[in-house]
Design a protein around this ligand. Structure first.
Ligand SMILES: Nc1ncnc2c1ncn2[C@@H]1O[C@H](COP(=O)(O)OP(=O)(O)OP(=O)(O)O)[C@@H](O)[C@H]1O
Ligand SMILES: [Mg+2]
Length: 294
């Protein structure tokens, strides 16, 4: 198989591991910077060049598109799709996952449970919006936030209202959720490849925080996910149309809740914790699927 990896930086752990795994399995792999791919679109004809030369003959492409280049990166990926190259994560699926409100709506519509979430636009509606959610504690999340920054916990209605007012003043987009206290600062990352959870890890928030992000001092350890958790993770990836996904779950009294579905999950944490060859599993899955589709 001739494999392309769309990534801005070939030195990143995940990118390096995918190249390494592809070569170990006897495939050729090349990292392409999506911002250096340029395209020609004509009726029924799609071409792409990279540093003066045509891109052709790729059997599969793995998108590792950062959120700052979502728009251009997914356009490049779509061009690959139009040229007949297989991808486990199509451009439309990445766009569905990146738009958190849309992803929540699509998951909920398929009966996948998530923390109850409200959002609104007009400040005049804040009081009623919060009444649709129920009493605090509330978790307020900036839509643009990542790695736990921009995720806040409010314990009183007045605190929820004033945080919301402040965010509105900054023209920030956010959602408000019920706080799942029984998770006790832990969440579960399930790494889904081709309809199976191949590795999972539990992340625990540091003492005094409820956010388990590793960037916020959280710690990761291998964990045995339950059959129900694996089924929810697989279903969430499937609903969004992702062949490779990192599904974050939180354990609640009413069962596993989906927090987020990541279309470009990092490999470093999950390979480091569990010793699973995640890159190898991704490459093997893609080689099989590309052979079937091609
Ligand atoms: N509704 C909730 N109840 C309890 N804890 C929560 C809730 N939402 C989030 N958390 C905790 O806060 C952490 C960060 O939240 P979340 O993953 O939604 O945001 P993020 O990591 O900043 O964004 P992203 O995952 O999109 O990069 C979660 O990993 C989880 O530990
Ligand atoms: Mg997160």
């Amino acid at each position: 198989m001739k494999l392309a990896i769309l990534s801005r930086n070939s030195k990143l752990y995940s990118t390096r591991r995918l190249v390494e795994a592809a070569r170990e399995h006897g495939h050729s792999a090349r990292v392409l910077d999506p911002l250096r791919c340029y395209m020609r679109i004509a009726s029924g004809s799609f071409q792409m060049h990279y540093m003066g030369k045509p891109i052709k003959g790729y059997d599969a492409v793995i998108p590792r598109i950062g959120s700052s280049v979502t728009r251009y990166g997914t356009a490049v990926l779509r061009q690959f799709e139009m040229m007949g190259t297989y991808t486990p994560n199509p451009s439309d699926a990445i766009l569905r996952a990146r738009d958190k409100l849309r992803a929540h709506q699509l998951l909920a519509a398929q009966g996948i449970d998530l923390p109850i979430t409200v959002f609104g636009d007009n400040p005049d509606d804040t009081v009623d919006l919060l009444s649709m959610l129920g009493p605090p504690p509330h978790v307020i999340k900036l839509n643009e936030g990542a790695q736990g920054a921009g995720v806040m916990l409010t314990e009183k209605p007045s605190a929820s209202r004033s945080v919301i007012e402040a965010l509105r003043g900054l023209y920030a987009n956010f959602v408000v959720q019920e706080f799942i206290a029984e998770a006790q600062g832990a969440d579960l990352r399930c790494f889904v490849v081709g309809g199976k959870v191949i590795a999972s890890m539990r992340r625990q928030a540091p003492e005094g925080d409820f956010r388990s992000n590793l960037h916020r001092g959280g710690t990761a350890e291998p964990v045995e996910s339950t059959e129900e958790e694996r089924a929810v993770a697989v279903r969430a990836a499937q609903v969004l149309g992702l062949g490779v996904a990192g599904v974050d779950l939180i354990r609640s009294q009413r069962g596993p809740l989906v927090l987020e579905v990541n279309s470009t999950p990092g490999l470093e944490g999950i390979e480091g914790v569990g010793g699973v060859d995640v890159a190898g599993a991704v490459v093997e899955h893609i080689a099989e699927a590309a052979a079937c589709s091609g």
